[in-house]
Each structure stands twice: as structure tokens, then as C-alpha cells.
Design a protein around this ligand. Structure first.
Ligand code: FAD
Length: 302
């Protein structure tokens, strides 16, 4: 287990953290990555939209990223950070085993966790018809019936996007809360809107076959897109006084164009507040615009 002093400490071992690690280590500074690759949201994904790669499993892509970082010289500790604090000039992190790491610079790349429906079948059929990302997975459901679950604009615009792919799109919403324009678009479109209902169960043996609604309706679908928003792994960031998006308190606010903050660079990948940089159509590469400058550390003080 590595411990001790580093130039750059990265929290998160998903694509954002790994990308930052590769860049920073190649700049010949000491880098440690804390966190488990297996809990990256990419780990169980099947990816088709990543430049220069064909179809690839998330686990494999992350494995390659980790090997690349290790070859460059990055140290890894597969542990969650429980506590984060500042003692000038250090950032200190205590992991679940009680080990303390300290570093001159800190990068937060802890991703987000999608809000769950918490119904039977959701967990079991994840990646086998259940998805949390329309942009990532719409293409897998060409000419097949799908359902989208959610009340907000992500669900509504996701349903409209899916019309370009799927044979039938059902939008299941306890009550749509979207702008007038989006509401009008949905009602004028061929999306089947099931308002005032909830999904009680996702059915299927090896793959999604249907969803059950609270009024007893059974919808035969091959895909279920759950668009209920996301929680950022921001509690730790809060301990450092990092500004959060005031509306959702779920993302770290970042400056458009990745302007530098003072002292450290707080954000990578899905931790960032997405709307501030326009629509996010490519998820995995989202760290890249900020990744390179973020991971180029300041010179070590003499
Ligand atoms: C089912 C599914 C399919 C997807 N398919 C695609 C696709 O096809 N194409 C695409 O571009 N994108 C896809 N995505 C989105 C993609 O997975 C994310 O955009 C990407 O993983 C974000 O990278 P990240 O590094 O910011 O966060 P993550 O990959 O979520 O990584 C976060 C990391 O932070 C760590 N962490 C969290 N808390 C702590 C802590 N306290 N201490 C230490 N470490 C911590 C976690 O262990 C993890 O290693 C998919 C997502 C899902 C869920």
C-alpha cells in the first residue's frame, strides 16, 4: 500500500481520474490515485461511442487506462477516502483503512451516482435493458420499444431523442415538470405519455421484457431508461469549502472554459456541473477538456 507524500492526489479511479493520472505522471511528478475502479459508473457499461475504440467493455477500457497510468508511474490505493482536509501546503486524505495520504495538489474525480428507481428488476437487469444514459445507449434499441422514467427535462428530452431510434417510446412520469416548450414538444410528438403513474417492477429473465405500472398496465419494452437525476460525490468536496451548484447541490460548479481556481483544481468528469458547459453528448470524454490542464501540476515548491 503506497502512503506518504505526493505532488498530485486524485480521488476517483474512473476515466476522469485515470486520464488525469496519465497526464500528471507523464509530467514527472509523484501521483497517487485513491478509489476503486470497480465502482466507476463505466465498469459495467458497453461502450460504442468512444473515439478510436470499437465496441469495448467498460471493465476492459478501465483496465487499459489503469495499466497505462501504472506504466507511467502512478501509484494506486484501491480504497475510498473517508475524510479530506487542508493543512497548508498539504491536502490530506484518510482512507477506509486509516491510511493518510498527503499531497500538494488535489483533483476530485469521484463521478456521480444515478438516482435509482428502487424497484425489483432494476439492479438485476442493469446493462441488459436498464440504462441511466440515453445518449450512451439509445443506439442499442434501434427499432425496439422502450420506456423512459422521470419527471424532468432529462427524461422528456431523452424520450424525444429516443424517437430517432426506437420503434415506440413510452414516457412514464408521476407528473412532468418541464418548460412549456418541452411540454408542448412531448405532447405533439409520438411519445406515449403515461402521466400520474409509477413503474413498480421491471420484468425479464436475461433481458428486459416489460415494465409494470402502478395502475396494473404492462408495457412490453426492451429498454428502460431511468432519468431521475444524479447525486454528485460532493460531500467530501464540501469539507474543503468547494462551491456547489446552488440549485441541485449535486455538482461542483466550474467555470466555462475550465478557468483555473486558486490553490487546486477541484473537478473532473461527472463531478462537474454539466449544464454550465452545454449539452453533454459524450460522457467518457467529458473529462478531456479539463483533464489536460487540470493534471498539469504547479511546479513543486523548493
Ligand atoms: C450503465 C452505464 C452505461 C454507460 N455507457 C456509456 C457509454 O457507452 N459511453 C459513454 O461515453 N459513457 C457512458 N456512461 C457514462 C460514463 O460511465 C461516465 O460518464 C464516466 O464513467 C464518468 O467518469 P468519471 O471518472 O467522472 O466517474 P466514474 O467513472 O463514476 O468514477 C468515479 C470514481 O470515483 C471513485 N470514488 C467515489 N467516491 C470516492 C471516495 N470517497 N474516495 C475515493 N474514490 C471515490 C469511484 O470509486 C470511482 O472510481 C455510462 C454510464 C452507465 C452507468
Amino acid at each position: 500500500m503506497p502512503s506518504g507524500e505526493y505532488d498530485v492526489m486524485i480521488l476517483g479511479s474512473g476515466p476522469a481520474g485515470l486520464q488525469a493520472a496519465i497526464h500528471a505522471t507523464r509530467a514527472k511528478v509523484a501521483v497517487v490515485v485513491l478509489g476503486r475502479t470497480q465502482t466507476s459508473s463505466l465498469y459495467r457499461a458497453h461502450i460504442e461511442n468512444y473515439c478510436c475504440m470499437g465496441k469495448v467493455a467498460g471493465e476492459e477500457l478501465l483496465g487499459q487506462g489503469r495499466s497505462q497510468a501504472e506504466r507511467a508511474g502512478t501509484s494506486f490505493a484501491d480504497e475510498d477516502v473517508m475524510k479530506l482536509w487542508r493543512e497548508e501546503p498539504w491536502f490530506l486524505a484518510k482512507t477506509e483503512s486509516g491510511t493518510t495520504f498527503r499531497s500538494r495538489a488535489l483533483i476530485l474525480a469521484m463521478g456521480v451516482s444515478r438516482n435509482k428507481l428502487n424497484v425489483p428488476g432494476e439492479k438485476e437487469l442493469l446493462g441488459r435493458g436498464v440504462s441511466y444514459c440515453v445518449e450512451c445507449d439509445a443506439n442499442f434499441f434501434r427499432a425496439q420499444p422502450v420506456a423512459v422514467v422521470g419527471n424532468g427535462s432529462a427524461a422528456a428530452s431523452g424520450a424525444l431523442t429516443l424517437l430517432l431510434y426506437a420503434s415506440d417510446v413510452h414516457l412514464i412520469s408521476g407528473g412532468l415538470q418541464v418548460s412549456e416548450v418541452l411540454d408542448h414538444q412531448i405532447r405533439q410528438s409520438s411519445v406515449h405519455l403515461h402521466e400520474g403513474r409509477k413503474v413498480t417492477k421491471i420484468l425479464g429473465d436475461r433481458e428486459v421484457e416489460a415494465v409494470m405500472l402502478s395502475d396494473g398496465t404492462r408495457l412490453e419494452v426492451k429498454g428502460v431508461f431511468i432519468e431521475l437525476g444524479a447525486k454528485g460525490a460532493v460531500a467530501l468536496a464540501g469539507e474543503l469549502g468547494v462551491a456547489l451548484d446552488t440549485e441541485t447541490m449535486q455538482y461542483i460548479v466550474t467555470a466555462v472554459g475550465c478557468a483555473c481556481g486558486s490553490g487546486f483544481q477541484p473537478r473532473m468528469g461527472d463531478v462537474r456541473q454539466p449544464e454550465s458547459e452545454g449539452p453533454r453528448l459524450l460522457n467518457i470524454p467529458s473529462p478531456s477538456p479539463c483533464g489536460c490542464p487540470v493534471a498539469r501540476p504547479s511546479p513543486r515548491p523548493r
